[in-house]
Design a protein around this ligand. Structure first.
Ligand code: R7I
Ligand code: MG
Ligand code: MG
Length: 306
């Protein structure tokens, strides 16, 4: 499959997971039939802050692919938030934007949140997938470095940064692979995990891989790591959905079924699954319902030739 098809799969997979998962965010359990009913419905499917921030990051990467100016990225996130504050943002990013208004730098402001630990939320991981589309990101060291730079604009806690590096590296690793079967996905996840520093994200990814390797279902793996808004829970949960599936719609539906932070787990899982398998098996009618589908596709193609 051509690289640009995988790239389209990444951004549309992200937006699809976000939009399909959004109505169920915060529920402890989601029945499969409910997700299928929403999948089969008609009308526009709006996405939330996850895709909103990913779009802003995508546009910034086209003008500054090295993220040499992280504060300019932060300013773009702040502008996007001001324009559309109703997208369901977490409490942290708007606090960062307000502190920057008062004169702090972005990383300084982000580091002052939550008693000075910085946010451990999944906000940096949910938006990072476009980093994985850049040619330079085929080097995992570069993918991780760019993921961390874009993370620290709003999220400085180690778990939030590690979670973002995982999604960027898995997306990048799968986007450059010519043929992807289950083995390649497992290899990319394992190599990514081995590159992580010791910490909660690494620990739970190892647990997810162990559950799946011993024949456990993704749901069981996700239940072990948790499905909340913390990066250390939701990033491994998204990886569990990826490891258990064979096509993006299946992966996204399974991820929403875990409950918890459904839009975000499904957005991260959808981006990784789109990198692995593209969109061939996703019904065109479903993609047509996606808000800003055309722009997402254009950005994906542009990023993959950067
Ligand atoms: O990480 P963030 O951008 O949130 C993303 C989530 C996704 O589910 C989106 O779909 C959207 O719904 O929000 O926003 P943050 O506010 O930085 O982090 C999310 C939440 O995690 C915070 O509002 C806190 O409840 C919690 N949190 C923490 N709690 C205690 N101590 C994050 N960091 C901490 C912490 O250090
Ligand atoms: Mg959201
Ligand atoms: Mg969410």
């Amino acid at each position: 499959m051509p690289r640009r098809e995988r790239a389209r799969g990444v951004l549309l997979g992200l937006a699809l997971g976000d939009a399909l998962g959004a109505p169920f965010e915060g529920r402890s359990r989601v029945a499969r039939g409910q997700v299928e009913a929403w999948r089969d419905a008609r009308g526009l499917m709006r996405w939330t802050d996850d895709t909103h921030m990913a779009l802003t990051l995508s546009r910034r990467l086209l003008v500054d692919p090295d993220l040499a100016d992280p504060d300019a990225l932060g300013a773009a996130f702040a502008r996007a938030y001001t324009n559309e504050p109703w997208r369901g943002y977490g409490s942290g990013p708007p606090q960062v934007f307000a502190l920057v208004e008062e004169g702090l730098g972005f990383e300084e402001a982000a580091g002052s949140l939550f008693g000075g630990s910085g946010s451990f939320g999944n906000g940096a991981a949910m938006r990072v997938a476009p980093v994985g589309l850049l040619s330079a990101a085929s080097d995992p060291v570069v993918a991780a470095r760019l993921a961390a730079i874009q993370a620290r604009v709003t999220h400085t806690h180690a778990d939030a940064v590690d979670g973002a590096t995982v999604i960027a590296q898995v997306v990048a690793g799968l986007t450059v692979t010519d043929r992807v079967g289950g083995d390649e996905v497992q290899q990319v996840v394992r190599a990514t995990t081995e590159r992580l520093p010791v910490g909660a994200v690494r620990e739970r990814l190892v647990e997810v891989m162990n559950v799946v390797a011993s024949g456990g279902v993704p749901q069981e793996a996700a239940a072990r790591c948790g499905t909340g808004v913390a990066a250390a829970a939701s990033v491994p949960a998204a990886v569990a959905a990826l490891l258990g599936g064979r096509d993006p719609l299946e992966v996204v539906t399974a991820a929403i079924g875990f409950g918890g932070d459904t839009d975000t787990i499904a957005a991260m899982a959808g981006a990784m699954a789109g990198a692995a398998w593209g969109l061939e098996r996703v019904p065109a009618g479903l993609l047509d319902r996606l808000e800003a589908r055309g722009e997402l596709e254009e950005l994906a193609v542009a990023l993959s030739s950067t």
